[in-house]
Ligand binder design. Structure first.
Ligand code: SAM
Ligand code: CA
Length: 248
């Protein structure tokens, strides 16, 4: 008997074809149902405002989807996160989801090579009274991580680290972040299902950037699955997020 994926292939709607929505669910309607039933009605006003500002930006495809923002917000509360890091801020939707979840004395070290986009969302973060939790550093993240490793005093200090930046550097980040996250803390790598491209045949239609980063995502997924220093859980939320819990 044909699997659902095979049936979809036969009917011409393969799971790995380019999709318009930001989800890996079987239909747009199902994703819309989640958003309209459980996400938008409970979305904090600042997150709605920032999402709407971002919707007008030409690169809005990069924005963390609202259901993933809701997930991150709850996850951070569940683990009582206080000291966190984010690599890849864009206009700040996941940053805001994080800032809302942290206690008033919580901290987020946020890094992005592009400050202009961060400044688009910043007024919303300021209006919500959350800017004091954020230490934004403009520039590539890797040298900052190297400096922190060299300093020594940041080892094992982060409760949560969200990585949502240049996919060809994820393994370089992982080498450093595993030192910086505390034992029992979490690193979340975003987009690990890469628009479904992780299972696409080489000749499948793919945007140029999807094809370019695909091998890096595949390599990361293999490396995380084989890393004895972490426990992992890859969730089909958004474009796939792999949670890594440092065990030693
Ligand atoms: N988390 C964001 C959100 O919720 O909207 C989305 C981040 S977006 C997918 C990726 C970001 O990574 C871009 O803003 C880009 O400028 C940034 N980036 C790319 N290379 C980087 C690097 N080497 N270091 C830091 N940030 C980088
Ligand atoms: Ca992402």
């Amino acid at each position: 008997m044909a699997t659902q994926a095979e049936q979809q292939t036969q009917s011409g709607t393969t799971g790995h074809q380019e999709v318009n929505h930001k989800s890996l669910l079987q239909s747009d309607a199902l994703y819309q149902y989640i958003l309209e039933t459980s996400v938008y009605p409970r979305e904090p006003e600042p997150m709605r405002e920032l999402r709407e500002i971002t919707a007008n930006h030409p690169w809005n495809l990069m924005c963390t989807p609202a259901d993933e923002g809701q997930f991150l917000n709850m996850l951070l509360k569940l683990i009582n996160a206080k000291n966190t890091m984010e690599i890849g801020v864009y206009t700040g939707y996941s940053l805001l989801a994080t800032a809302l979840a942290l206690p008033d004395d919580g901290k987020i070290l946020a890094m992005d090579i592009n400050k202009e986009n961060y400044e688009l969302g910043l007024p919303v973060i300021q209006k919500a009274g959350l800017a004091h939790k954020i230490d934004f550093k403009e520039g590539p993240a890797l040298p900052v991580l190297d400096q922190m490793i060299e300093d020594g005093k940041f080892h094992g200090t982060f409760d949560f680290i969200f990585v949502d930046a240049d996919k060809d550097n994820y393994l370089n980040y992982h080498k450093r972040l595993i030192e910086l996250v505390k034992v029992g803390g979490l690193i979340g790598y975003d987009n690990t299902l890469w628009n479904g491209a992780v299972v696409a045949p080489p000749d499948a239609p793919m945007r140029k950037y999807v094809r370019y980063y695909r091998p890096f995502v595949l390599e990361l997924n293999k490396a995380l699955a084989a890393d004895p220093r972490i426990e992992i859980c890859q969730l089909p939320v958004g474009d796939g997020i792999t949670l890594c819990r440092r065990v030693n």
